[in-house]
Design a protein around this ligand. Structure first.
Ligand SMILES: [Zn+2]
Length: 231
């Protein structure tokens, strides 16, 4: 199985929001409870999405996304667990994708839980609404990403932990493995007897226990690894 982080997205030209010059320097992160309770917070969060989502929608999957899709198609990869919210794994052809932090491609009605494409919500902003509403019930729409202060989706987490436990080879790709619980999945896999392969630029807390450690861009090495696995 594979766990993917921000490195895969940046290799597709999507800015790392947390890095220097990232959008967090221009926007205040909105906490989940604030979004529910405070209209100014809802407006701020949608201004942020209006600024950042279009770049994500125009990004293309890269060689790393495609290699993972090929491994899955050949039944050599059970699933991709991702911290990314850009939908690029699915666009590359991956079928089983567990999105720990939700998706930026949809918005969700806070009242009736209906999901709509994010482009429909953004279109409402273009027509002068400062917070888009659900067409079915009039409730506020929230991007279907997991906000600060919001729990991760429990069913996704459970499936991810289960996959990590049963994994025989765990690929940690483009992640600094600093954010739990995503990062702790690497430990779960290792404790369950899995091999741990860490491919990312920069250090991770799991470098010492990794069976294989490659400091490189994922797109530069994973296609070659996939080709050798697939013969
Ligand atoms: Zn609704």
């Amino acid at each position: 199985m594979a766990l993917t982080g921000a490195g895969l997205s940046t290799e597709s030209g999507i800015p790392d929001f947390r890095g220097p010059g990232g959008v967090w320097e221009r926007f205040r992160p909105v906490e989940y409870q604030d979004f529910l309770a405070n209209h100014e917070a809802r407006k701020e969060h949608w201004r942020y999405k209006r600024t950042t989502v279009p770049a994500m929608l125009s990004a293309e999957p890269n060689a790393a996304h495609r290699a993972l899709a090929e491994l899955e198609a050949a039944r050599r990869l059970a699933a991709v667990i991702t911290q990314n919210i850009d939908g690029l794994h699915q666009r590359a052809g991956s079928r089983r994708v567990l999105e720990l932090h939700g998706t930026n491609l949809e918005a969700l009605c806070l009242r009736c839980e209906r999901r709509v494409p994010i482009v429909d919500a953004l279109a409402q902003l273009e027509h002068g609404h400062d917070v888009p509403r659900c067409a079915a019930c009039g409730g506020w729409l929230k991007p279907a990403t997991v906000s600060f202060g919001e729990s991760l989706p429990p069913a996704v987490l459970r499936d991810a932990a289960d996959l990590a436990e049963r994994s025989d080879c765990f690929l940690a790709l483009g992640s600094s493995l600093l954010v739990t619980p995503a990062a702790s999945l690497a430990a779960v896999a290792k404790q369950g007897g899995s091999a741990l392969i860490v491919i990312t630029l920069g250090k991770t807390p799991y470098d010492e226990i990794a069976d294989v450690r490659i400091a490189a861009k994922v797109g530069a090495v994973l296609p070659e690894i996939a080709a050798s696995v697939l013969g």
